[in-house]
Design a protein around this ligand. Structure first.
Ligand code: ZN
Length: 150
């Protein structure tokens, strides 16, 4: 169901397509290899450690620390109306990294490398083309587990 990624979906089919549906339902999922136990985010169906294609989804807490960030002034196609905006790369507690927009619980002047952040599932109401995504928020930010269905 990668259609839930809307504009940013360039992949017509993938074995990890449940990821977008979980995100829609308010869960951030990584994957765990059933062969060797390696954990990855974003989820991968084929293990980069042992090449086993047998995986399971595991729910992530969203707890993370900021690795780097940048302010986007010249946005890519489809995101022009959002510029300027800030995106960050975080190390997730369970393993792996995520690239995400900063949400409005974090002020730009408070952003610091290594700060604790919370990755929060989001559903865009005003932007039909984006649908599901996630944002970086202050630790402890709560979110509605079911974002709704459409
Ligand atoms: Zn493996």
């Amino acid at each position: 169901m990668f259609k839930w990624f809307g504009l940013v979906n360039f992949v017509p089919y993938t074995k990890v397509d449940g990821f977008a549906e979980h995100l829609r339902d308010g869960r951030i999922m990584g994957s765990r290899c059933r062969g060797c136990g390696a954990v990855t985010f974003p989820p991968r169906s084929d293990c980069s450690a042992c090449l086993d294609g047998n995986f399971e989804f595991i729910e992530y807490s969203g707890r993370s620390t900021l690795q780097t960030y940048t302010r986007i002034e010249a946005a890519p196609t489809g995101f022009e109306n959002h510029a300027p905006y800030i995106v960050g790369v975080v190390d997730l507690e369970e393993g792996g990294r995520a690239l995400a927009w900063f949400g409005d619980t974090v002020r730009e002047e408070d952003i610091e490398i290594d700060m604790d952040l919370q990755l929060v599932p989001r559903m865009s109401e005003e932007e039909e083309a984006i649908r599901v995504y996630y944002s970086l928020e202050r630790p402890g930010t709560q979110w509605v587990k079911t974002l709704g269905s459409a």
